[in-house]
Design a protein around this ligand. Structure first.
Ligand code: PLP
Length: 262
């Protein structure tokens, strides 16, 4: 039996809601064989991130080598990379192995406020990681950080930001509008360099959204691994994350995970 294979290169969330754990659960739900390279261990629960423990470059490089020298991948997702050195290493390895279908979730800060990417890594993310991406999936605060904007407040501003992000090199930009205020819809914009596509869903009033960014990007990665187009993959991932938020779980004392990441 052949099965599509997807790899996540990301941080571990021991609480099971985000990061590697959310990615592998999402791959499984989308019927894709999941593999993982752990960049950073986090000690984390629904109350927040309590510790961040980057792995050595040797350990990260060896994990990537092990996967590409044997199984290979149909799609790769990057999540929490944390430091400048880790971003450099991951880019070099993905280039060395000619990885295809690269989904970059430019993870920067947790919903609880913990930094997941060091400030000094931002330039490398912009100059080296975004240009090798097939798809990038920033939310509005991440887009502002990358583009040096104070805020993005309207759909028109989202379109402009998506265009500016694409100029940094990725083939497709998915700009997630979940943080846009004043609307009862959550609109994500996909920009392919020519046209804008809108993916709209009803906004759900819940605090249980821990891991939604990881889960969404992982679902896109899984669909690309199966050979779907970027447009199809984003449409499927949007439905998947919507269902996950609707069925979110009350686990722990704080911001809980969504069903599919828990
Ligand atoms: N922890 C890890 C390891 C992550 O990769 C992420 C997001 O990508 C988070 C935490 C943040 O989760 P959230 O902001 O959804 O609570």
């Amino acid at each position: 039996m052949t099965i599509a294979k997807a790899l996540t290169i990301a941080g571990s969330d021991c609480g099971g809601g985000a990061g590697i754990q959310a990615d592998l659960k999402s791959f499984q739900e989308r019927d894709v064989f999941g593999m993982s390279v752990i960049t950073v261990l986090t000690a984390q629960n629904t109350l927040g991130v309590h510790g961040v423990y980057p792995q050595t470059l040797e350990a990260i490089g060896a994990q990537i080598d092990a996967i590409f020298q044997d199984m290979g991948t149909d799609a790769v997702k990057t999540g929490m990379l944390f430091s400048d050195e880790i971003v450099h290493l991951v880019v070099e390895k993905l280039q060395q192995y000619k990885a295809k279908n690269i989904v970059v979730d430019p993870v920067m800060i947790a919903k609880g406020g913990a930094p997941l990417l060091q400030k000094q890594a931002m330039d490398t993310v912009k100059s080296r990681l975004l240009p090798i991406a097939t798809v990038i999936t920033p939310n509005l605060p991440e887009a502002c950080e990358i583009l040096g904007l104070d805020s993005i407040n309207t759909l028109e501003e989202m379109k402009k930001a998506a265009k500016a992000l694409r100029e940094l090199g990725p083939k497709y930009v998915v700009l997630k509008g979940g943080h846009l205020e004043g609307s009862n819809e959550a609109v994500d914009i996909l920009f392919d360099g020519e046209e804008y596509f809108y993916f709209t869903a009803k906004r759900i009033d819940t605090i249980h959204t821990h891991g939604t960014g990881c889960t969404f990007a992982a679902a896109i990665t899984a669909e690309l691994a199966k050979g779907k187009s970027v447009h199809e993959a984003v449409g499927t991932a949007k439905q998947f994350i919507q269902a996950a938020i609707e069925e979110s779980l009350c686990i722990g004392k704080g911001i809980g995970p969504t069903k599919h990441s828990a």
